[in-house]
Design a protein around this ligand. Structure first.
Ligand code: NAD
Length: 363
């Protein structure tokens, strides 16, 4: 079980294209903190995505899923690529990822948007608006309109077609995501902003009511509410006002991508998807980048920072997590940059050189 000392098992799923390249660097870093902090981790590897489809005709083989269920945490690279475009939709690499999230009931998606001051120029917003940004978006991942029934496209009596979906949340679903978000806010800056559309959608009237009810269990966290349209505006106007934001699947999908872009580089952003027991799947926000795979230029920092999230949220090893985050910051201070975050005056490094630099900075 997560957090019970030695003998913890990590399942590593490198995936496709740059997945194995960035994962190799993340594993170097994980091995180093394992030794230094005596974490007693055991790493196992399995196939997912296109690599799994090629090997056994299934993007999520039964063996991978069985091992995932037994692991204390899962570390994933990225899946997908154009060579699987012709594959039956149900067997595409991305389906492997959607299925593992659903099978393991990973309902809580954590998407930090952190802008290291050293990279402030990479954002499309003014540096002073975003420098030092440290925001966490908690998105409900397994409910809401993406899963609600009924859904479909039907033909009306008039002959006109209509598309329809159902925005639905049960109290228990809202409660568990709210509780997770409050817990995280309590560990961070103590401020939680819940995002809804309670002026129009009844489902989110209930959302607001339940979030407020759960909030009474967390008197040390200050709760606020925003309608999603205003939240989007505030996010690009003054993003540093936020500590933790919690929202449903649909709004979270959109807001977390907008927040990611505030930071300017997708190669820097980790993510986590957690279940009710705090076990989780950790992965970079970006995809498998087939356009740059095999060239040794991919940025491994999002995956390395995903390792830090895993140590913090599933393995209760905050010191080891902090050591990795500090090492990444030191490497940026040294002016080392992969091509995606390169700016003049810095030193351009390869994927492996960046991994080695983080290792060296760990000391
Ligand atoms: P992508 O995130 O793979 O790439 C978008 C752009 O960002 C590309 O120009 C790429 O070179 C660049 N990029 C991404 N990661 C980078 C990194 N670490 N370092 C430097 N540059 C990086 O998105 P896409 O091109 O839309 O999708 C490519 C494949 O990945 C598709 O098959 C897609 O379905 C899949 N995908 C997988 C995941 C996942 O595994 N979680 C997420 C998104 C997309």
């Amino acid at each position: 079980m997560a957090g019970d000392g030695n003998g913890r098992r990590i399942l590593v799923l490198p995936g496709d294209h740059i997945g194995p390249e960035i994962m190799a660097e993340a594993e170097k870093v994980l091995a180093a903190v394992d030794r230094r902090f005596e974490l007693g981790l055991t790493l196992e590897h399995a196939l997912i995505g296109g690599a799994a489809y090629d090997a056994c005709g299934d993007p999520l083989p039964a063996e991978t899923l069985a091992r995932a269920r037994e692991a204390d945490a899962i570390l994933l690279g990225a899946v997908g690529g154009p060579e699987w475009d012709g594959v039956d939709r149900a067997l595409r690499p991305e389906k492997g990822l959607l299925r593992i999230r659903a099978e393991l009931e990973l309902f809580g998606n954590l998407r930090p948007a952190i802008l290291y001051p050293q990279l402030a120029e990479a954002s499309s917003l003014k540096a002073e608006v975003v420098a030092g940004l440290d925001l966490l978006i908690v998105r409900e991942l397994t409910g809401g309109i993406y899963f609600g029934e009924p859904r479909g496209i039907r033909t009306l009596e008039s002959g006109e077609r209509e598309g329809f979906n159902t925005y639905v949340y049960r109290e228990s679903e809202i409660e568990r995501i709210a509780r997770l978000a409050f817990r995280l806010a309590a560990q961070r800056g103590g401020r939680l902003c819940s995002v809804d559309k309670a002026n129009v959608l009844e489902a989110t009237v209930l959302w607001r009511e339940v979030v407020e009810r759960v909030g009474r269990e967390f008197p040390d966290v200050t709760l606020s509410h925003l309608y999603v349209d205003n939240a989007a505006m505030q996010l690009v106007m003054a993003p540093k006002q936020f500590d933790v934001m919690v929202t449903g699947n649909l709004f979270g999908d959109i807001l977390s991508d907008a927040a990611a872009m505030l930071t300017g580089s997708i190669g820097m952003l980790p993510s986590a998807s957690l279940d009710a027991a705090g076990r989780g799947l950790y992965e970079p926000c970006h995809g498998s980048a087939p356009d740059i795979s095999g060239k040794g230029v991919a940025n491994p920092l999002a995956t390395i920072l995903s390792v830090a999230m895993m140590l913090r949220y599933s393995l209760s090893e905050p010191e080891a997590a902090q050591a990795i985050e500090d090492a990444v910051s030191r490497v940026l201070d040294q002016g080392l940059r992969t091509a995606d975050i390169y700016s003049e005056g810095c030193k351009k490094v390869s994927t492996a050189e960046m991994g080695d630099a983080v290792l060296a900075a760990l000391g």
